[in-house]
Design a protein around this ligand. Sequence first.
Ligand SMILES: Nc1ncnc2c1ncn2[C@@H]1O[C@H](COP(=O)(O)OP(=O)(O)OP(=O)(O)O)[C@@H](O)[C@H]1O
Ligand SMILES: [Mg+2]
Length: 447
Amino acid sequence: MEFAYEPVSEDLRVVVGVDFGTTYSGFAYSYIKENKERIEIVVNFDWGNSNNLIKTNTTLQYDDTYGCVVKWGIDALSSEPSKRKRLNLPKPLEYFKFYLGDVPANKKPILPQEITFEKAISDFLCEMGKTMKEKIENHWPGINFHKHVLLVFSVPAEFNENVRVIMRRCIYNAGLISSLGALNLQFTTEPEAASVYCINKLKELDMKAGVTYMIVDCGGGTVDLTVRRLLSGGRIAETTERTGDFCGGTFVDDEFLKFLEGKAGKSAVKMLKEKHYDQINYLIHKFFCPEIKIPFNGKKDDFKIIDFDIEKKCPALIQYINGSEKDQLENDEWVIELDYDTVQSFFDPIIRKITRLITLQLSKCSNCSVLFLVGGFGESRYLQQRIKEEFGNQVKIAIPPNPSAAILMGACEYGLDMKAVATRVLKWSYGVMISPVWVSVITRYFT
Ligand SMILES: Nc1ncnc2c1ncn2[C@@H]1O[C@H](COP(=O)(O)OP(=O)(O)OP(=O)(O)O)[C@@H](O)[C@H]1O
Ligand SMILES: [Mg+2]
């Protein structure tokens, strides 16, 4: 797609850092001050009916003709299965960010004919954009979103130029920029945003220039590792190449579904996914995550056996279960007991992948002092404990108070000070699109 970058407004007043994630999305904002003292970054916690969430689910619910979005975010998650006939709405759409990356085909959701992945992304960003605009306009009456706001979107490090062009188009379609080439939209990579966020924490840890630190960003889809060295003057430089893999929190959900396949049969779970996706969505987001994955802390003494009642959580599955699986489950009154070892087995293949990545990255740098654990999956107390056990004697393990907020806050901080990243390993370097016009404008604020 051809488009020309346009001169940016001379009057940027607010930076909005946006984290469009595979499972969760959110934003943070800040007023640009000439004087960089006392910069306040506000994380949005207000998502309509649900307050107190750092991010909301990257989920969409369309109407029955796919003509318009009727719900989005956490409100678009499916509710408890009921015998009463509800409005005949199509399945909620989620994980559409996977279409932008080089992920295994089975991780990409099946989208209806009417909705391309670009449309889903644009529609989601349009809905989130309404909240963004409302917040900014309430906070600073008179602000013109297209003119006075610098938008910084964080994108995975492996997103190539082409993917950023697609993202730019989606952001334009969502009405967040006034033209395709608008330069008040900038991208930074997720590891870069995480790194900018952690650098301020380094200062609190009294780390001096020269110190090397690793950031492990455990998201829903990907886990990204970068090693950086603190330069004098609070600048950072990447010292080794980035590594990463698809072993984020949603892969723990997949292990749970594999376990269900073992109990109910592979074809039964496949039918549930195809014909009753709303029940899969409910099972993962309203049962597995809040009742099993998030509370699991790896301590056997704290653990109580969990009853997974198929009749309540995913009744539509029952009609597809046959043979010995049916006999067994009927005998157990459709309740599967989840004990400690079973729940631990959902995590362990994923945690093994993560610890292998960390071992490899640590072996590449001899003097890494701190390991920062960020990202939503970085909040898992079991993952935290495993990382502390395995690496605590080699590096300090630092977990910021809100690991989930690291990327969106870092993206905002990055917008406030685009000079923070002094050097990058070339292979992964594309975060900022700099034009002569842009440089002259941005430096006006920060020099
Ligand atoms: N306390 C917790 N314990 C365990 N897992 C958690 C916890 N909080 C969030 N998660 C999991 O973390 C994942 C979401 O992390 P995050 O919000 O960083 O991902 P994302 O930005 O959507 O994904 P990506 O960065 O890969 O695009 C989900 O799988 C979620 O279930
Ligand atoms: Mg993320």
